[in-house]
Design a protein around this ligand. Structure first.
Ligand code: GLA
Length: 398
């Protein structure tokens, strides 16, 4: 090669490396994220009396981190403590000197770096919330047009996971989510990127969503649809949505990029125990993030057993990362959901959507199967379709 050619190549190399670096996706969230999030029960309750640990403030988050570790959730894989909306200082919206976002000083007197350190000290990771709009959905200052500075601030606080909502002009999202993906990547810290963009476009029609764009922007997961509310009507409508759109959703889920069905209601005292098992089973089969929306200090023993069910968690966290789906093409009151696992097994959930007739599994009755809820090994027929599989009896088998 002539010398001039070699020199040019050497000069070009750093530029190429930089371009490649800024497009490189992070290698995070190889299995669906697991943790706890404040929104379902604590919403935007900012009326904090002194010593209050039931409102959006550092006392409440520290108490949840304590309970996460104490209850065995961290060791089971639920590592994230995720702060949601309403943590920010509103007036003025940014530090007048530095332009940075700040936590409300009354509710977070120690600051978010200290809170992050506390959470890390419990063996957990620190999740935080912002939005690609001028304000969050709760009306607090957010990150549009401030992506680089905010990502640097979050990284400096030790944040490990950002839920990035959208509650503003839709035409900002394409540029905004891309910019935030690049900014998080450039922050120098490994930060899982959760994007809410799809929940706000195309009216929930999953066949129209630009999933490849979300993946290219670096989103490790994204909220597809409606917020879950603390009742069975809301929970079952999400199951139906995922059932209906399985074909459109499955190709875009995999290690590093997941569809988020929203928080688990298990332990939040708003659905029955059978309904809690149903959610844990369908979320695990669907490779959805397992992010609890309860108050960890107040979870019944029965709900804790559902959350900590090692077989359901193993299905959720299976390294193949293949999202499962409803096998019935059309809405059916008795449904079979299934997911391939790395070792060649198939995990199956039998779901009675609206009938007292037990769902009978399409397998040889004599085939051995492990029943996730009872931890015993029995025949599929007896285990999945037998007594107890009434209107709300929906065991998970593998
Ligand atoms: C939106 C999101 C919720 C929650 C609230 C906070 O509704 O979908 O999950 O983050 O905003 O305001």
């Amino acid at each position: 090669m002539p010398k001039i050619g070699l020199l040019l190549l050497l000069l070009l190399l750093p530029a190429l490396a930089l371009a490649k670096g800024s497009l490189r996706r992070n290698a995070l969230a190889r299995t669906p994220p697991m943790g706890w999030m404040s929104w379902e029960l604590f919403r935007c309750d900012v009326a904090c009396a002194p010593d209050d640990d039931l409102c959006i403030g550092e006392r409440m988050y520290k108490a949840q981190a304590d309970a996460l570790a104490r209850g065995g959730y961290v060791s089971a894989g639920y590592v994230g403590i995720h702060m949601d909306d309403c943590w920010e200082e509103k007036h003025p919206p940014r530090d007048p000197k530095t332009g940075r976002l700040r936590a409300n000083a009354t509710r977070f007197p120690s600051g978010l770096k200290a809170l992050g350190d506390y959470i890390h000290g419990k063996g957990a990771s620190f999740g935080l919330y912002t939005a690609e709009s001028p304000t969050t959905c709760g009306g607090y200052p957010a990150s549009s047009a401030h992506e680089a500075l905010d990502a640097e601030t979050f990284a400096g606080w030790g944040v490990d996971y950002m839920k990035v909502d959208g509650c503003g002009p839709k035409d900002y999202y394409a540029g905004g989510y891309k910019a935030m993906g690049e900014a998080l990547q450039a922050s120098g810290r490994d930060i899982v990127y959760s994007c809410s963009w799809p929940a706000y476009i195309n009216g929930g029609n999953e066949s129209m969503q630009p999933f490849a764009t979300f993946i290219n922007d670096g989103c490790n997961l994204w909220r597809n649809w409606d917020d879950i509310q603390c009742n069975w009507g809301s929970l079952s409508s999400i199951i139906e949505h995922w059932g209906m759109y399985g074909e459109a959703l499955v190709p875009y889920a995999g290690p590093g990029h997941w569809h988020d069905m929203d928080m688990l209601l298990v332990g939040a005292h708003c659905v029955t125990e059978d309904e809690e098992r149903t959610q844990m089973a369908i979320w695990s089969i669907s490779a959805a993030p397992l992010i609890m929306g309860n108050d960890l200090r107040n979870v019944s023993a029965a709900s804790a057993r559902i959350l900590l069910n090692e077989h359901a968690i193993a299905v959720s966290q299976d390294p193949l990362g293949q999202m499962g789906r409803r096998l019935d093409a059309a809405t059916s009151p008795t449904q079979v959901w299934a997911r391939n696992l790395a070792n060649g097994d198939v995990a199956v959930a039998l779901y009675n959507a609206a009938t007292a007739t037990p769902v009978l599994p399409p397998f040889n009755a004599a085939a051995p199967g492990k029943v996730a809820w009872t931890h015993t090994t029995q025949g599929y027929y007896e285990a999945c379709g037998g007594a107890g599989a009434g209107a709300a009896g929906r065991p998970l088998c593998s």
